[in-house]
Design a protein around this ligand. Structure first.
Ligand SMILES: NC(=O)c1ccc[n+]([C@@H]2O[C@H](COP(=O)([O-])OP(=O)(O)OC[C@H]3O[C@@H](n4cnc5c(N)ncnc54)[C@H](OP(=O)(O)O)[C@@H]3O)[C@@H](O)[C@H]2O)c1
Length: 297
């Protein structure tokens, strides 16, 4: 079968992003993968690893340099893919906004820049080259988002779960968070740094609703990959003196299921948040994998 589905995965030089690229190439013969990375040496190494296992995929993968915090980098990446599309068939079918960081000692700004502004920046620059009908966007968020909303103040929760939430409201709430951090005493600063990951993912779930309204012909959803052993989570196991398996972490391949589901499932809606079991979850409280699917708005 010829290539009909080109898919960009950001932050794909390692971890879950790399596993998503690999799973798409191995199991979906109609796909072409743009492996996004901000460091091309690491990206090329990742491609080499994939091709050592799957040499037959050589013509179905290309490296795209993309730093999701940098407007120019995202624009250049979109231009490269636009040129690629012009010379070889259909537009981009899908984007997996996977790039993410867990924390930054420089303050909450960097985490928000990567985890929330990043997916916004990518869609702003890429929507014109996405397939106009049934193009897919997957925002990889986290159960930390609903966990954060389940214990934050009521106003934040109401804004970030409102179907009519706007990008301006999300941006404003992010600016408030940073302002609060800048003016806080040391003890509160530490708490805000600890919480910013969940806050950023709650904001990206809300962004998913905004994007779904803005681009009604696309299918734009968010998901958690589950608790997955990667460079992001290994330090957590080390801090607890336990192995990743003892902590309940799953393999990177298992972390691909929800993203792949949202790229491939025909009947999926738009503007929703999914658990790692590929069932819908609420955005303001945790639903365990295996618990009944969330049916609300
Ligand atoms: N692992 C889990 O249990 C878990 C749970 C819930 C959600 N998630 C989410 O899953 C996604 C992947 O996480 P992971 O566990 O695979 O982490 P990871 O192994 O640390 O990979 C993160 C990837 O994001 C890239 N990245 C970071 N900042 C970037 C930027 N500014 N521009 C472009 N790429 C950037 C990293 O590139 P470099 O190598 O250059 O740093 C790396 O490729 C993240 O969004 C994370 O929040 C993970």
């Amino acid at each position: 079968m010829g290539v009909t589905k080109k898919i960009l995965v950001t932050g794909a030089n390692k971890g879950i992003g790399l596993a998503v690229c690999e799973a798409l190439l191995e199991s979906y013969s109609e796909t072409f993968v743009f492996l996004g990375c901000r460091n091309t040496d690491l990206g090329n190494r990742a491609i080499k690893t994939i091709l050592e296992k799957n040499p037959e995929c050589e013509n179905r993968i290309a490296l795209i340099e993309i730093d999701v915090t940098d407007d120019t980098s995202v624009q250049v990446a979109a231009d490269r893919i636009r040129k690629y599309n012009a010379s070889s068939g259909p537009n981009l079918f899908g984007i997996v906004n996977n790039a993410g960081i867990a924390r930054s000692d420089s303050g909450p700004d960097e985490v928000l820049e990567v985890n929330t502004m990043g997916p916004k920046r990518v869609i702003d620059h890429f929507f014109e080259i996405l397939q106009p009908d049934d193009g897919r966007v997957v925002n990889v968020t986290s159960a930390s988002g609903p966990n954060y909303l389940s214990r934050c103040d009521r106003m934040t929760r109401e804004i970030l779960t409102s179907e009519s939430v706007s990008w301006n409201q999300i941006r404003e709430i992010c600016s408030d968070y940073v302002r609060k951090y800048n003016n806080a005493p040391a003890r509160v600063k530490t708490q805000l740094i600890d919480d910013v990951y969940g806050f950023s993912k709650a904001c990206t779930n809300a962004l998913t609703m905004v994007q779904a309204r803005l681009y009604p012909n696309l299918k734009i959803n968010a998901c958690t990959p589950g608790f997955i052993e990667t460079d992001m989570t290994r330090p957590m196991a080390a801090r607890h003196g336990r192995t990743p398996a003892e902590m309940g972490m799953k393999s990177a391949n298992e972390g691909t299921y929800s993203s792949i589901f949202l790229l491939t499932e025909k009947s999926v809606g738009s503007g929703f948040y999914f658990g790692s079991d590929c069932l819908r979850s609420p955005m303001d409280r945790y639903r365990s994998p295996g618990d009944p699917e969330y049916k609300g708005q």
